[in-house]
Design a protein around this ligand. Sequence first.
Ligand code: SF4
Length: 107
Amino acid sequence: MAIKRIYIELTNRCNLDCEMCFRHTWGTLEGDINLNLLKSIREQVKELPALEQVFLGGIGEPTVHPQFKEAVELFAEYELLITSNGIMSEDNARDNQKFIVPLKNIR
Ligand code: SF4
């Protein structure tokens, strides 16, 4: 079976602390994926000819990753799926708005 979608968790950190979040049940260290690892993944997915979608999400809030913009740019040729709580600091929103707003299908 050909791989059409991959999932990359950019971070398990979040800018919120919702009471019901299952992250409260963890003892897991928080952290961000390294940009060099992202670049390595980008090279490796070239060997997946059927790949159509890259999902940037997971447990944490992907927009808090310090290189979120670079991650989006790295995989821009694919259909990008991103989960977000939609909450950003003013600085983060200003930095991200140029490339987030043009994204299609924001739900
Ligand atoms: S936004 Fe999601 S990941 Fe972040 S604290 Fe709330 S429930 Fe947890």
